[in-house]
Design a protein around this ligand. Structure first.
Ligand SMILES: CC(=O)NCCS(=O)(=O)O
Length: 326
């Protein structure tokens, strides 16, 4: 799984509940509220603290391993409470390989100090997180990202993107991007990375499920050469609070898009994940957990014209190639 979170907080994305539902936000984790939480995951503060669930995560990872999972790329970067010692402990306890992410999340999580840093300083900090260790530890990150960008991309985010490209040019390492919620956002990010020496063939564009809907636009973007990640499997909601114009697809629609991309020749570029970032998606709280793709989505893919060989490419070969330093 190339895009998950195990220990993070998503407080930066709190969204007040819809009118009339204010009280619901205070009393979240009861059976009768599970549907409400799926529809409004960001409207209950407690739901945003995955960082409080380390014990549950140990069980989640053991279940993931039992279902055939070997590795998770943990995309938590500076700004959403990365906790590398906790990740190291989870990896030791469960035997699941956890690859940590270097760099910075979206603008609203950049501190004043981060905003003042030069591109050179930001580059050095990212390179240091990969080569020597991050957050005052000797635990080294294995990818850069998820690098957060919004729409339009802010000046501070552009600086981080330039630094990401410079760091990637030095290290030959994998990069993963969180794009803004506009169909034009992924291509704009790729352009900035390219102009600054980034290697697009080793870059993942995340969250395409909520970003590009038109098939022609998707193929145009795919032609730019990045990995194409569908990473919100398990997320089904009517009103996507971060962009009400977006109709969040169902898992069936996601599988249909993957089958389309395979038919168009992009089987070597597709990646998949759940991007679990709220508590309600853990099995402890009635959610789908980290095994959903392996247990439920893969069998569905096989019934929709994607072969076993192509599934292996998407879940094993493509992640392996992306994660290998050049
Ligand atoms: C943690 C994170 O950034 N998740 C992405 C959620 S989104 O709704 O696809 O932007």
């Amino acid at each position: 799984m190339t895009h998950e979170h195990l220990v993070m907080s998503f407080e930066c994305s709190y969204t007040p509940p819809p009118p009339g539902d204010e009280a619901m936000a205070e009393n979240p984790f009861q059976m009768q509220h599970m549907h409400w939480l799926r529809q409004h995951p960001y409207s209950c503060r407690e739901n945003l603290f995955l960082s409080q669930e380390t014990n549950a995560l140990r069980d989640e990872l053991l279940a993931y391993k039992k279902a055939g999972g070997g590795t998770i790329v943990e995309n938590t970067t500076t700004g959403i409470d990365r906790d590398l010692p906790a990740l190291q402990q989870l990896a030791k306890d469960t035997g699941v390989h956890i690859i940590a992410g270097a760099g910075y999340y979206i603008d609203c999580t950049h501190t004043e100090a981060t905003k003042k840093m030069s591109v050179e300083k930001l580059t050095n900090s990212i390179v240091n997180e990969v080569l020597h260790g991050a957050d005052g530890t000797d635990i080294r990150c294995g990818v850069i990202g998820e690098i957060g960008t919004g729409w339009p991309i802010t000046e501070s985010e552009k600086k981080v993107l330039r630094s990401t490209a410079h760091a990637q040019a030095q290290l030959g390492c994998p990069v993963i991007i969180h794009p803004g919620r506009d169909p034009a956002a992924p291509a704009e990010v790729v352009r900035i990375l390219q102009e600054n020496g980034g290697d697009i063939s080793k870059t993942v564009m995340s969250h395409l499920d909520r970003t590009i809907f038109d098939e022609g636009e998707l193929l145009e973007f795919a032609n730019m050469g990045s990995y194409l990640e569908y990473d919100l499997f398990g997320t089904e909601m009517l009103n996507y609070p971060f962009n009400l114009k977006v109709d969040m697809p169902s898992d069936s629609q996601r599988v249909k898009t993957l089958a389309f991309l395979v038919k168009e020749g992009y089987e070597d570029k597709i990646l998949m994940a759940h991007d679990i970032h709220t508590k309600n998606r853990l099995t402890k709280f009635g959610g789908h957990g980290y095994c959903h793709i392996l247990k439920n989505i893969v069998p569905k893919m096989l019934t929709r014209g994607i072969t076993h060989h192509q599934v292996d490419k998407i879940l094993i070969d493509n992640p392996k190639r992306w994660l290998t330093f050049k």
